[in-house]
Design a protein around this ligand. Structure first.
Ligand code: MSP
Length: 631
């Protein structure tokens, strides 16, 4: 079959997620990044195919399902919903959702396996090695070290010996290196590409691609004792989902992948094994494998045992989902590790989304409403088109950044533009133009601002689709923003006349809870001067008498270094005998206003520690003179 030359097709994938866990911030990060690129390529006019899905086979899933008393497929059916629902909530625009337990996928994997076996690229042998069950991976002696711990997860590995089919990975070493040489941007970022190259240069061993030790996997058609290794199975999702191979039109129109998004931990599978499988199958290789870093949370590794796993569902209930998308992509240079902190998320919402973007939209639309009855029109001629020029420049910069998958950089260019537009308002002072009746000038400024906001709605639509829609409809558009590509947004006059439809602000300021907490705490705290206002003194108990008719009170006579003893009434009866108190040096608040208790005036208060059951009077360890200051 002929391959249609669709120059503008763009195929994007996320990793397929294991179904033994619920989605967390890390999963949402990859998917949001891929979704952003998918939306952006559509904005450029490309025909995008965007794929995500779930990886449902393997020992780990079999084990988890057993622990939960479920069949593996039942577990998969349950967990897959968590992913699908989250993607829906996050407005993920995947064109298809692949599940490795789906029939078409299983058939595709079996077919590929047979094909490679028949070609001699897969052969039968015996495997012995150190195996990590949770990671489903064998490791070398060097990798596991003296303690025999998995280099990926740190758990103990087991020595496993089994009959296995092998993929002749060693035969592809030179071809891989040659391919890397010819495609310097195959792996992004470059630092990680270098790691991959040195791994391949250090020598590739054949790869065991079947298991006999468990059965939750795709069976080898001609030897059903074996199930196919989970990574051979999983990687093939990228082709099974689009028709499996060259016999299929859909496949021909979409393959090869333009960008496989992966986390750094699974780069080797995508940048070494996957291209080798594809070479063996005679299929084109992907254009880019884009590896991102890992998220920690408030400085710590995310883990169930630490209880700090961030649930994206919770985050988007608490904050606007666009703010969550924005934060993840803006806060970390794509490729590096990042740290998630709600405090920083709130800071970005308040400063960039509310103050910069929100404010620009809000004040511009308010002026258009107030000064022009909500209507802007393209002037016959324009004196100052700096905003339009700057928009074009910004678009070019964003394009450059996204060509190398630097989402953070692209956003920083966009927000530079937002600040530029805000400055334009301050410089042009539309309110003064209005006052001075300079109508043509005022019209031009507000037309330019409308253009700038329209441009922004387009350029942010890949990153913050919800916000883009809101701005778009406030500009008065009634059809979908998706009907337009970048050209419409770059041309300020693409719509001669606009009747705006101002609504609520696009982002609300978030009051920082921690700030409130600390305000409360601050209220509880006192400063040193306040502390020294309390006059604490050592006092000797001269006499102790029971207060009649009181179950609690004792009347003390104390020497506090004054010329005569003081009387003090305290609730000590339940805790001390009278004679125990006499002669003790206790601590007293000396400058308390007098109070009457059971008709007796008490001049001060003694200090005692109480924990609900017992009470301990505060005394001094060394002899000090009555009246000695405590501090
Ligand atoms: N099933 C395999 C992928 C097969 S693709 C053919 C898998 N699944 S996974 O669910 O364990 O991980 C999926 C992705 O989540 C990986 O890209 C991984 O890097 C990413 N993350 C898992 N924890 C992460 C963070 N803490 N931070 C960022 N991404 C992280 O691997």
């Amino acid at each position: 079959m002929e391959k249609k030359n669709l120059k503008s097709k763009y195929y994007i994938t996320t990793p397929i997620y294991y179904v033994n866990d619920v989605p967390h911030i890390g999963h949402s990060y990859t998917t949001i990044a891929a979704d952003t690129l998918a939306r952006y390529r559509r904005f450029l006019g490309d025909e995008v195919f965007f794929l995500t899905g779930t990886d449902e086979h393997g020992q780990k899933i079999q084990k988890t399902s057993k622990e939960k008393g479920l069949k593996p497929k039942q577990l998969a059916d349950r967990v897959v919903k968590n992913f699908q629902n989250l993607w829906k909530k996050l407005d993920i625009t995947n064109d298809f959702f692949v599940r490795t337990t789906d029939d078409y996928h299983i058939k595709c994997v079996q077919k590929a396996f047979e094909e490679l076996f028949n070609k001699g690229d897969i052969y039968k042998g015996e495997y012995e090695g150190w195996y990590c069950i949770p990671c489903e991976s064998y490791y070398s002696e060097i990798e596991i070290g003296k303690d025999r711990l998995c280099p990926a997860c740190g758990r103990k590995v087991d020595k496993v010996k089994e009959e296995s089919y092998f993929f002749k990975l060693s035969a592809y070493q030179d071809r891989l290196l040659e391919f890397y040489e010819k495609n310097p941007n195959f792996v992004i970022p470059n630092t990680r590409f270098n790691e991959i190259k040195s791994f391949v240069k250090s020598g590739l061993k054949d790869l065991s691609v079947t298991r006999t030790s468990f059965d939750w996997g795709v069976p080898v058609t001609f030897d059903d004792k074996h199930v196919i290794y989970v990574w051979f199975d999983a990687l093939l999702n990228y082709v099974s989902a689009i028709g499996c191979n060259k016999d299929n039109d859909k496949f021909l129109n979409i393959w090869p992948a333009d960008a496989h998004f992966v986390g750094k931990d699974i780069l080797r599978f995508h940048a070494v094994y996957w291209p080798a499988f594809l070479m063996a199958l005679g299929l084109e290789l992907p254009k880019h494998v884009v590896a991102h870093g890992w998220w920690t949370v408030e400085g710590k590794k995310m883990s169930k045992s630490l209880g700090n796993v961030v649930d994206p569902n919770e985050m988007i209930e608490k904050y606007p989902k666009d703010a969550y998308r924005y934060f993840l992509l803006r806060n970390v240079p794509f490729g590096l590790d990042g740290d998630f902190s709600e405090k920083e998320l709130i800071e970005r919402i308040n400063s960039e989304l509310v103050n910069d973007l929100g404010n620009l939209v809000n004040r511009s639309l308010t002026m258009i409403e107030k000064y022009l009855n909500g209507v802007t029109e393209k002037p016959k001629s324009i004196v100052d088109n700096s905003l339009e020029e700057k928009a074009f420049e910004t678009f070019e910069k964003v394009k450059k950044s996204l060509d190398i998958f630097r989402f953070d950089e692209a956003l920083s260019h966009i927000f530079e533009y937002v600040r530029y537009a805000n400055k334009y308002i301050t410089q042009k002072e539309p309110w003064s133009l209005k006052k001075q009746n300079k109508t043509p000038q005022l019209n031009e400024v507000l037309f330019n601002l409308t253009g700038a906001i329209k441009f922004l709605s387009g350029i942010i639509s890949a990153f913050m689709p919800d916000t883009a829609d809101k701005i778009w409809s406030q500009l008065g558009f009634e059809d979908s923003i998706k009907n337009y590509d970048y050209r419409f947004f770059l041309d300020f006059g693409s719509k001669e006349k606009l009747k705006i439809n101002k609504q609520d602000v696009i982002f609300n300021r978030i009051e920082e809870k921690e700030e409130e907490d600390s305000k409360e705490e601050k209220a509880k705290k006192i400063n040193i001067d306040e502390f020294f206002n309390v006059d604490l003194r050592a006092a000797k108990v001269l006499d102790a008498q029971s207060v009649e008719k009181s179950k609690k009170l004792i009347k003390l006579s104390i020497d506090i270094g004054e010329n005569k003893p003081r009387t003090l009434v305290a609730g000590l009866k339940e805790y001390y005998k009278l004679e125990e108190l006499v002669g003790k040096t206790i601590i007293v608040v000396a400058n308390l206003k007098p109070a009457k208790l059971m008709g007796i005036e008490s001049n001060g208060m003694l200090l005692a520690a109480k924990d609900g059951k017992s009470l301990g009077l505060l005394t001094v360890m060394e002899d000090v003179k009555p009246g000695a200051k405590v501090g």
